[in-house]
Write a protein that binds this ligand. Sequence first.
Ligand code: GDP
Ligand code: IMO
Ligand code: MG
Length: 427
Amino acid sequence: MKVDVLLGLQWGDEGKGKIVDYLAPNYQFISRFQGGPNAGHTLEFDGIKHVLHQIPSGVFRKNITNIIGNGVVLDPVIFKKEVEDLTQYKIDVRQNLLISNRAQLILPTHRLLDAAYEKDKGEEKIGSTLRGIGPAYQDKIARVGLRTGDALRNDFLDKYQKLVAKHRDILNYYQFDHQLEELEKEFFKAIDFLKTFEIVSTEFVINDALISQSPVLAEGAQGSLLDIDFGSYPFVTSSNTVAAGVCSGLGLAPSRVGNVFGIFKAYCTRVGSGPFPTELLDPAGERMRKEGNEFGATTGRPRRCGWLDLPALKYALMINGVSHLCMTKVDVLSVFEEIKVCTHYQLENGETVNRLPNNFENENLTPVYRSFTGWKQPINTFKEVSELPLALLEYIDFLEKESAVPISIISIGPDRTQTILRNEVFA
Ligand code: GDP
Ligand code: IMO
Ligand code: MG
């Protein structure tokens, strides 16, 4: 059996959490393979909205084992809070969660370093979520990081202190004011809590699951345009968010990757700094933000909004080998008279290109749009494709032809039930 992958094709917040939750009954394992608490995955059902940061989005479904894979960076403090918050919904995470012993730990000093680096960048800051993601991955690559498995060893405190001494030197270099004592108390409490969970070699669990025909879904965080290699560098996150990240982030051979579900919004958003060619800095952008409630699920920051960017989407389709598309937040466009899609870019020299250039910046790319007539009616109660307005079906057909990948799932509202299956995704 092969692992299915679900990931974002834009700059994150495409609605991955909602769609993982929708597809979850088809799986026995759901596993995060990269990122950390920079993610905010929203799930809505029975009138309640849940936001998950580190715990995989299968946690509300019965008979699913959730896995935090080796490619993830885990903050024990945020993890403890998240687990405790879920008890009010009678969810006992401990019953169905495995944590990789190879997942890197985010230390309090990683969060402080994130803040120090951002402050130092000034105007050029990345707009990080300040969850310590970059510094934690930096230590992983420098081969000095601490892993969850280290927390079980007798020399953990010693290793921790050695690393933190280095971090303090860097914080002092940046003259970054910090109080570590309280943060450390909280951290070690959370480490004791974490140690009561199953910390195992999850690569064996996942490969064994596939051998015994148990379906596994890999849940991506962030989006392809935030990928460390293929995103809008340096305004990216510090992990491989694309499908290739699943192999190194879970311990799977490339031949083990099956369906790839690519999630994209019917328009575009971005939170944080960096280029965004189709960004709307006008009342239409404001309207999108309002209608789509585009405020970050992790930081609450307003998201930048703009029209769908096809060259960027096609780039993400290519890098990820997407087999099924899922278009979310289609209902948000119901208020627009006219809907635009960027099909090409015009460069400064007048040349028109339909491929996303390396090092693109808003100043050197002008989007060329194709215009569609809006459907101007609410769609969020529809259950079947046949109920969707003609103008929307035309929009979908156009995007499907352009992307050459079936748009199999249409999401028309935040609730689990506001989802239309356009064509079967499981053979
Ligand atoms: P994720 O990070 O990809 O899981 O996405 P987020 O949870 O950060 O952001 C998506 C937001 O849109 C959340 O508030 C969801 O509840 C909401 N959402 C998801 N799908 C839809 C949809 O089809 N329509 C509307 N209106 N909201 C949606
Ligand atoms: P989900 O999984 C949207 C953005 C940040 C910043 C950049 C780097 O909910 O889609 P980092 O904290 O990783 O150093 O921030 O990436 N970013 C996200 N944007 N959704 C996310 O996750 C994001 N995770 C990070 O805003 O621009
Ligand atoms: Mg999010």
